[in-house]
Design a protein around this ligand. Structure first.
Ligand SMILES: Cc1cc2nc3c(=O)[nH]c(=O)nc-3n(C[C@H](O)[C@H](O)[C@H](O)COP(=O)(O)O)c2cc1C
Length: 230
């Protein structure tokens, strides 16, 4: 990305997919509004059941971002009760647990966090609620009455959005933990109670000096996930 000229680098679809990764440390440099407009317009192209486009997206920048970051961190420091709108108590048996631990260890290793060091782990977790110092965060919701079927559409949208960001040289990190305090998100943006908050995404320009950003994750082999039948 030529950030000054605000010109997106032309990336192939393959390169865009390969270049996207979770970034957990950002420069104090806002993304220009015209780039935000271009990114969020592109993401509108995501497919959905019957084209209902169920996603509702709220973008926090500037003072709104500062305010929401403070409220989130205050809540975590005060150990405030979490009240997510949607059930998030998924269990990760077997290989899923292995992958979850591998993912956490890849991050902690780069951050120099020992697995048994509870204080360091707490600080690492708190970084989520500090939005990894990103100048922007968006919160994505849908009508509370929608089921898992429609959450699939929102998932499509989220990846489309993150790939659109990548294509403009903007990094991101999807954060399930930004769903834990939906009331303050609704209050900040004046969102009606009908909308539940599914996820948040911190985004901006990567700070390459941040150790966490050296983290790389692996993927299972094709055979583990995909079966081809003739
Ligand atoms: C729905 C969703 C929720 C996530 N929640 C968090 C989170 O709360 N905190 C975090 O640091 N990363 C979070 N991640 C990022 C994943 O850990 C990351 O996508 C995964 O480890 C693969 O790494 P990569 O994104 O760099 O390819 C989330 C990703 C997704 C898709």
């Amino acid at each position: 990305m030529n950030q000054e000229a605000n010109i997106p680098v032309t990336l192939s679809a393959q390169d865009t997919i390969l270049q996207r990764r979770s970034v957990r440390g950002y420069l104090d440099k806002p993304v220009p509004q015209e780039t935000l407009d271009a990114i969020f317009s592109l993401a509108q192209q995501a497919p959905s059941n019957c084209n209902i486009q169920p996603w509702k997206t709220y973008v926090a920048s500037g003072a709104t971002r500062d305010n929401i970051k403070k409220q989130l961190t205050d809540n975590v420091l005060a150990d405030a009760r979490m009240n997510p709108d949607f059930d998030f108590h998924d269990k990760f048996p077997g290989v899923y647990r292995t992958r979850q631990v591998d993912c956490a260890m890849a991050l902690y290793n780069e951050m120099g966090v020992e697995r048994k060091d509870k204080e360091a782990r707490f600080s690492a977790r708190l970084r989520n609620f500090e939005l990894f110092d990103a100048p922007h965060a968006c919160f994505i919701g849908m009508n509370r009455d929608f089921s898992i079927n429609i959450a699939l559409d929102v998932g499509m949208y989220i990846q489309t959005l993150m790939l659109a960001m990548t294509s403009f040289g903007v990094s991101s990190c999807a954060q399930g933990c930004l769903r834990y305090y939906p009331d303050l998100v609704r209050e900040t943006f004046g969102i009606s109670d009908e909308i539940g908050i599914l996820v948040g995404i911190s985004f901006g320009y990567e700070d390459k000096e941040i150790a966490a950003n050296r983290t790389r994750t692996e993927r299972a082999s094709l055979e583990e996930s995909v079966v081809f039948f003739d």
